[in-house]
Write a new protein. Structure first.
Length: 243
């Protein structure tokens, strides 16, 4: 079951700083008041569950701060990290729309803030605001296109190039630029999760990391990755696209 988190006293339920990057935008005063009344802000520590696979859906969640991992368990209890959710992303909405239990779990990968909007509030907002349903539809289509892109990469790229592509995505989200032109990332996930995200084994990831270090395009120290020249790393993928 998802762990219970504490709502801070006095925290107003108003649309937060990610409003313009989320599905919860352009509401009139009545809808905004309804959203505020049915919205609960919660803080999660690293590793805490926002919701668990197999639980009944009781509404949707919007990530307000931090990074949330979307996982799925197989029949043997092995966890596969499917995607990462960032501030502005709505999660749990597909199981809400289909009236089913959660098909995945959502886990805070570090200190995170997630807002929960209860089922009755969502139903009322959808009934009075068709644009919200359209935004959910567009989000679903975007996720489907992302899934198709992932299937294409799985079929056409080597494991090394799949990892390079993932590192480029992560440096875009988490990278810090240094005065010498290099960039570093504090990975929000483990190496085992990196392996699951590109569909390979942990041992294979370790070998690929060793080769990237020998080639001088990336250096790994625990969860910190330093990329001396991001353009050089990206060139590996660019060459494949132009081929």
């Amino acid at each position: 079951m998802a762990q219970t988190c504490i709502r801070h006293a006095g925290q107003p339920c108003v649309v937060c700083h990610v409003g313009r990057r989320s599905d919860w935008q352009d509401f009139d005063q009545t809808a905004s008041a309804l959203l505020s009344s049915g919205r609960r802000r919660r803080e999660y520590g690293s590793g805490e569950l926002v919701f668990a696979q197999g639980e009944p859906n009781d509404g949707v969640h919007c990530v307000s701060g931090g990074t949330v991992g979307i996982r799925r368990l197989d029949d043997n209890g092995n966890s596969v990290l499917l995607e990462l959710a960032y501030p502005g992303d709505t999660i749990g909405y597909r199981s809400f729309l289909t009236g089913s239990e959660h098909k995945t779990s959502a886990e805070a990968l570090g200190p995170s803030v997630v807002c929960h909007i209860d089922r009755a509030t969502i139903a009322a907002l959808l009934a009075g605001n068709p644009a919200l349903g359209l935004r959910f539809l567009k989000r679903s289509i975007g996720e489907l296109e992302h899934a198709h892109d992932m299937m294409f990469r799985q079929a056409t790229l080597s494991n090394r190039h799949k990892l390079v592509h993932l590192l480029l995505v992560l440096v875009g989200r988490h990278g810090r630029r240094h005065s010498n032109g290099s960039q570093s990332i504090d990975l929000p996930v483990s190496r085992r999760d990196l392996a699951s995200m590109i569909g390979t084994r942990h041992e294979t990831i370790s070998r690929i990391i060793g080769r990237l270090e020998i080639d001088g395009v990336a250096h790994f120290s625990g969860r910190q990755v330093t990329i001396p020249n991001v353009a050089m790393l990206a060139a590996e993928i660019d060459c494949l696209i132009q081929a």
